[in-house]
Design a protein around this ligand. Structure first.
Ligand code: ZN
Length: 499
């Protein structure tokens, strides 16, 4: 249904041109000719009312027909591949994105960022003792080290497995934890994700993944395991950052949902022992960059609207959804506006953040460098929920501000993306410091019901991204960025009180 509406919208722009050429004298022609006049004015970047329906419609319809973002996503994922901070892939991605943005005429700056440099090693595990084990039998456990994990000895370690489902349950185990391998067996709530609440479902699991291994380390555990945080139970392990620190950097890994369930069943029969080998390395911090690409504004050029995604990815795959779609989508905002020769009043700043996944150093470095210029940051958009179908956008403005977005909602309705979901806090990662300091933050509102099936796994590859959804994504991001860059109203927030 949406595609038909898009096509009608597209034809609308062709019909008036023909009528104009034929110089037909009808009321219809007069009104359509005015549209043509508006279009020709826009084509040289002159617009008395930049947020008028015609301009917003033109942005939407051009974005929805362009393959440019998908081509950039293919370059990033197929040519560079994995991009974990400090890796050669991350460095190549910085060069590639900077070059692509220079090529379309953006003003590119590389902002230096010091990043963690963690490298995956061997990762194997077997259940070597359990009640009822036939002689000579062990069970393989599929797992993957969590970012920041410490290492076992090269030959591995063997220890009893303790299974818990909450922090309180772990604390209650007390001295039993010392020298053990702790497994947090908390299932990802796919039902929540299916019904539009993938974020909170992920947040719950990620809480155990981040804080669980550190708590286990503090209690003297030999290693910590978490059940993978994500859906699609194809016995695939989902990595992610964990919070273990130097001095107690124990080995920490995510096991597949299937293997977590196996261990729970076996432990119900009696004591369970695992042989675990993880040999990642934590190397000295590395030099990297945020890629910043500006499209200068006109009469409010000193004010900035950020549109962004994170350039780094986990190392298991090519980060197509997380966050290739965010980066390519943000890049395409400038491409779309350049092709239409539209000049925003405020400067549009595309940022490809470095190190969102295991440190958010890029977001922190940008905030530090700009904390005296926050009043010049009108708004910041961050896209980091994958390339699923967009239904609209989220924004952390106060309730009285919502009405000012009505024209933008109307412009996005034909592609089914007219919802504006207001939040007190958008809560995105890289723009978090800006938001806490009072800058309104926006995000595309996307269908993320299947996002956590691929997120942080070896399956987050280009083939999982729908070209059509990416086009819709670009339409939402470009229309939203343009709208914010030209708004008259002051939508500033009150800074969050420090806790
Ligand atoms: Zn991400």
């Amino acid at each position: 249904m949406d595609d038909k509406i898009i096509m009608i919208g597209y034809r609308f722009w062709l019909i008036p041109l023909n009528l104009y050429r034929n110089r037909m004298k009808s009321v219809l022609q007069k009104s359509l000719s005015l549209t043509v006049l508006a279009t020709s004015l826009l084509s040289v970047g002159v617009s008395a009312a930049p947020n008028d329906p015609a301009t917003l419609g033109q942005i939407r319809d051009n974005a929805i027909q362009s393959d440019w973002a998908y081509e950039r996503l293919a370059d990033l994922t197929d040519l560079v591949g994995p991009r974990l901070s400090g890796s050669a892939g991350a460095a190549a991605a910085v060069d590639q994105v900077a070059a692509a943005m220079r090529k379309i005429g953006a003003t590119v700056t590389l902002q230096p960022v010091k990043v963690p440099h963690w490298v995956r090693g061997a990762e194997t595990a077997e259940l070597v003792e359990y009640t009822g084990r036939p002689a000579g039998i062990t069970q393989k456990v599929v797992l993957t080290a969590l970012g920041g994990s410490g290492a076992t000895p090269a030959a591995g370690l063997t220890a009893p497995v303790i299974i818990v489902r909450s922090f309180d349950e772990l604390k209650a185990k007390g001295a039993q934890v010392k020298g053990s391998i702790v497994l947090f067996d908390v299932a990802f709530d796919q039902e929540m994700a299916d019904r539009g609440h993938a974020g909170p479902a992920y947040g719950r699991g990620a809480g155990f993944r981040f804080a669980g291994p550190k708590l286990a380390a503090d209690m003297g555990a030999a290693a910590a395991l978490v059940r993978s945080v994500g859906g699609a139970n194809y016995r695939i392990a989902h990595t992610g950052a964990t919070g273990v620190v130097d001095g107690a950097r124990i080995p920490a890994a995510a096991v597949t949902a299937e293997d977590a369930m196996l261990m729970s069943r076996l432990s119900a029969r009696g004591p369970l022992k695992m042989h675990l080998t993880l040999t990642p390395q934590t190397l000295p911090e590395a030099d990297s960059y945020n890629v910043i690409a500006d499209l200068p504004g006109t009469d409010k050029a000193d004010e900035v609207v950020i549109v962004s995604g994170h350039l780094d990815s986990w190392d298991l795959a090519t980060g197509a959804h997380d966050d290739g779609t965010g980066v390519a989508g943000a890049m395409a905002v400038i491409d779309t506006l350049k092709k239409l020769n539209l000049k925003p009043r405020r400067t549009i700043r595309v940022i490809a953040w470095m190190n969102e996944e295991n440190g958010t150093r890029g977001g922190k470095a940008y905030f530090e460098a700009n904390k005296d210029k926050l009043d010049k940051h009108f708004a910041a958009i961050e896209s980091d929920s994958g390339g699923g179908r967009p239904f609209g956008f989220i924004g952390s403005v106060t309730p009285p501000m919502v009405k000012y977005f009505a024209p933008l909602k109307t412009a996005l309705e034909p592609i089914g993306a007219g919802i504006f979901e207001r939040h007190d806090i958008a809560g995105a990662a890289d723009t978090g410091p800006l938001e806490r300091a009072g800058v309104p933050v926006f995000e595309p509102l996307v269908d993320s019901s299947s996002y956590f099936s691929y997120h942080h796994t070896p399956a987050d590859t280009l083939d999982k991204v729908s070209p059509l959804e990416l086009k819709r994504h670009v339409a939402v991001l470009t229309a939203l960025t343009w709208y914010l860059a030209n708004m008259e109203e002051n939508i500033g927030r009150v800074p969050q009180q420090p806790e």
